[in-house]
Design a binder for this molecule. Structure first.
Ligand code: NAD
Ligand code: UFG
Length: 340
């Protein structure tokens, strides 16, 4: 058995897939989640895939006493992956304090307890949103950080700074900051995936719900951008590939004494895909037609962004592998499992 890892937000979308990969790589996982955006049944899915049920604490990471108790009851945790956060960009504009409190208190509590609990490192979920609208694509980790366009995005920028300041102060910890591009898809078993709450704001859950007949029509937000087909471009990364990157990052952080105390990696495929291309990929992968119309641009949307993932490829030894068609099939299988 390898090290014991605390996964905060581990019943969530990316956390559940990462827990599967950690357990399959031999790590012992303890999850803490307050179930504000997930449910307990996710644990059944993880157990069905891996044959092991991770230890689970229902609790809120903004409560430092809950975390202190967790570290006492689960001694020997060596690493943390911090997924626990609120993540709806639009909601964060209307409820900024909720976002600042939830996302920042969670991180600060974990950092504060790490030395006394003997935890060596923390992997942090950041986002390509820190780059804003890039001056050049593909974008690498040295690109400038632009002013955040939402309180959610700002929590990611501030969190990165908090980690860097804390490590620079001499705190006896290490950190790997992972800037995700656009995570999509589900586990190939269709036993875990993304749980939509209300009307999806993101492209893929809206698309699969439209294909399933839950939504009448998908709206493509603008076809007059400065891109080959006029629709926006993103770097869509399969959630299973993303999950595997966390395992690689954890092992690098805990098992190598000579790595820098803070490292930052872009996690993307290196390939830009437009909204129209993504619809086409879904249709050809599944044989299911998606009714769509062209609508107005969405306020605040980035025109085009995709990753330069060379650093992750070379330094982490990780590369995104799952073809987009397979990701689309997994997303569709998961949608069908969820039903209407
Ligand atoms: P998610 O909402 O599915 O998972 C987050 C989990 O954290 C949920 O299960 C939720 O119940 C839990 N949680 C929230 N606040 C908590 C708290 N205070 N204490 C305990 N549990 C708490 O989201 P996700 O898509 O899996 O995202 C995981 C992380 O990755 C987040 O930090 C998110 O900001 C970041 N991220 C996500 C994306 C994306 O597109 N999904 C992109 C970039 C970065
Ligand atoms: N889109 C549509 N129609 C829809 C939904 C989305 O055309 O119904 C388009 C958007 O305009 C955009 C693309 O699909 O061009 C992707 O949109 P998403 O909302 O799926 O993703 P974003 O890139 O806008 O943002 C997501 C997360 C952010 C995160 C960012 C980078 O919502 O939290 O990825 O990780 F910061």
């Amino acid at each position: 058995m390898k090290d014991k890892i605390l996964v905060t937000g581990g019943t969530g979308y990316i956390g559940s897939h990462t827990t599967v990969e950690l357990q399959q790589a031999g790590y012992d996982v303890v999850i803490i989640d307050n179930l504000s955006n997930s449910n307990r049944e996710v644990l059944d899915g993880i157990e069905a895939i891996t044959g092991r049920r991770p230890a689970f604490v229902e609790g809120d990471c903004t409560d430092i006493e809950t975390l202190r108790r967790l570290f006492k009851e689960h001694p020997g945790i060596k690493g943390i992956i911090n997924f626990a956060a609120s993540k709806a960009v639009g909601e964060s504009v209307h409820k900024p304090l909720l976002y600042y409190r939830n996302n920042l208190d969670t991180l600060i509590n974990l950092l504060e307890l790490m030395p006394e609990a003997g935890v060596k490192g923390i992997v942090f979920s950041s986002s390509c949103t820190v780059y804003g609208e890039p001056d050049v694509n593909p974008i690498d980790e040295t690109a400038p950080i632009k002013k955040a366009t939402s309180p959610y995005g700002n929590t990611k920028q501030i969190s990165e700074e908090i980690i860097m300041d804390y490590v620079a102060s001499g705190a006896p910890i290490k950190s790997i900051i992972l800037r995700y591009f656009n995570p999509i898809g589900a586990h190939p078993s269709a036993l875990i995936g993304e749980l939509p709450v209300g009307v999806p704001q993101n492209l893929v859950p809206y698309l699969t719900q439209t294909a399933a007949g839950i939504r009448e029509q998908l709206t493509v937000f603008g076809n007059d951008y400065n891109t080959p087909d006029g629709s926006c471009i993103r770097d869509y990364i399969d959630v299973n590939d993303l999950a595997r990157a966390h395992v690689t990052a954890m092992s690098r952080m805990l098992d190598n004494a000579d790595t820098d105390p803070v490292e930052i990696f872009n996690l993307g495929t290196g390939r830009g895909v437009s909204v129209l291309e993504l619809i086409e990929a879904f249709e050809s992968a599944t044989g299911v037609k998606v009714p769509y119309k062209i609508g107005a641009r969405r306020e605040g949307d980035i025109e085009k962004i995709w990753a330069q993932p060379t650093k992750a490829n070379e330094v982490l030894g990780w590369t995104a592998e799952v073809p987009l068609t397979e990701t689309m099939r997994n997303a569709w299988n998961w949608q069908q499992k969820l039903g209407k």
